[in-house]
Design a binder for this molecule. Structure first.
Ligand code: CS2
Length: 450
């Protein structure tokens, strides 16, 4: 969308995108017969659709690794951007380092056509270096802390697994010729439903198989660190800045932290969508208090950033009734999401020593209830979809009391780090989990703010 906007307003028509999917062909199957065109359906006060046309090539990484590496290595490719979700980086969210024991990472490093994202990226960069080494800019768009620097570290960690003859020239070239700006992307994009496709089809008078549904709001903040040409994204509203950090922290802790809190509490309370749960008495009050009294106090705010206005706007975004954003979609992969979204706020507030961050703790306790009980408050099963799912099951075996559950889960260092050893943290979580177990999520949410 930003590339299309940049091309239109700058008149630079020579840009094009090669779109790559990782795990399934579904999007490719939808887009190929449409020549890569698709509609973005914006749902707010009004519903509108805009056709996107900058995709010129489509690749399926799983079966077209050679083509993918070739595309990354081609001199006329200037930017490689990634939006692949947190877990696809196969890293430890606390240390920010690559999981070098991961079997797929090891297999990629041993030389097969790569199947992991980091493996594909490094092998593509390596081919580029071998072919003459034109500079390249790698733009991470996922919700990771310091996403550019983090990805750069993962690339180095992977390169360190290669034989010296390969590693030395590669790492020298990366240091000289590759840039990894950090970015912060904010737009709520629920999974597309049949109803979305039908509405887009009506507006377009075309049966669009590739419809993407989104809220009207959109923000992209990009670190101004490119060693290559790039589309004039600022002409389409992207904000270029020397330091994305403050925007990113605000987004992860306010937007994503709130969404994860809504997800676990809302799923337990038996709701399906964000806006539905937001409309339940007490929920909006809880959420706003969590942002105002806890998350917002930990933020290094960007200059001129009006946090009250940001939170106000966010409350409206979450309440958008047109957007059927499923709580279960947000609840998945909690092991990857909790550290930057909720645990970072809790850690900072506990360190600061003021009032305890009870509202954020309630959200973490809700996650614990969700992964341990695996049923909602009325006993209906909930699906726990997480790359650490097997670790949860093994740790939780035989744990039945809130104290035992907390004890087992906070010991997972890749999620909690040393916070798990903090007695105050454990005590507060145990109390919150006991309340959730006894009274249910909705009662706890209401109690928390009365
Ligand atoms: C959501 C995000 O699914 C999730 O985990 O929290 O995808 C969220 O909607 C976006 O980051 C909003 O910018």
């Amino acid at each position: 969308m930003y590339t299309q906007g940049a091309m239109i307003s700058s008149g630079e028509q020579h840009w094009a995108i090669c779109g790559v999917t990782q795990r399934s062909r579904n999007v490719l199957d939808a887009l190929e017969p449409q020549d890569g065109l698709y509609g973005v359906l914006s749902r707010g006060q009004d519903t509108s659709v805009e056709v996107m046309a900058p995709l010129r090539e489509l690749l399926f990484a799983r079966t077209q690794a050679t083509e993918l590496l070739d595309r990354i290595a081609t001199a006329s490719t200037h930017v490689v951007s990634l939006t692949v979700t947190e877990k696809a980086y196969r890293h430890d969210p606390i240390s920010g380092r690559l999981n070098v024991d991961d079997a797929e990472i090891r297999a990629d490093a041993a030389g097969r056509p790569p199947l992991t994202v980091v493996g594909q990226l490094v092998r593509g960069l390596q081919l580029r270096q071998q072919r003459g080494g034109e500079p390249v800019t790698v733009v991470c768009c996922d919700n990771l802390t310091h996403n550019g620097a983090t990805l750069r570290q993962l690339v180095d960690d992977f390169a360190a697994m290669l034989p010296t003859v390969e590693r030395a020239p590669l790492t020298t070239w990366i240091a000289d010729s590759a840039r990894f700006p950090s970015t912060m992307v904010d737009r709520i994009v629920p999974a597309t439903t049949e109803a979305d496709r039908a509405d887009a089809g009506e507006l377009l008078q075309f049966d669009d198989l590739g419809t993407v549904v989104a809220e009207p709001f959109s923000q992209w903040v990009v670190e101004d660190d490119f060693g290559t040409p790039r589309p004039a994204w600022e002409r389409a509203g992207a904000i270029f800045t020397a330091d994305v950090g403050p925007y990113e922290t605000a987004k992860l802790r306010l937007v994503n932290g709130s969404q994860s809190a809504l997800a676990y509490l809302g799923v337990l309370a038996g709701y399906e969508h964000v806006a539905q749960f937001m409309a339940v008495e007490g929920v909006a009050t809880y959420l706003e208090a969590m942002m105002d009294d806890e998350a917002a106090l930990t933020l290094p705010l960007p200059d001129g950033f009006d946090v009250a206005a940001y939170i106000g706007q966010l409350m409206e975004r979450f309440a958008n009734p047109g957007l059927r954003h499923r709580l279960a979609q947000i609840a998945m992969d909690g092991s990857q999401k909790l550290p930057p979204r909720l645990l970072a706020t809790i850690r900072d507030r506990l360190l600061a020593g003021g009032p305890q961050p009870r509202l954020s703790m309630l959200a973490v306790a809700a996650w614990m209830r969700y992964v341990s009980a695996r049923v909602d408050d009325s006993g209906r099963p909930v699906d726990v979809d997480d790359p650490l799912g097997a670790v949860f099951a093994a740790r939780l075996a035989g744990a039945s009391t809130p104290a035992a559950i907390v004890d087992r889960l906070v010991g997972i260092r890749v999620i909690f780090g040393d916070l798990g050893e903090d007695p105050q943290f454990r005590r507060l979580l145990t109390l919150a989990l006991a309340d959730l177990t006894k009274s249910g999520a909705l009662a706890c949410v209401r109690d928390a703010v009365t």
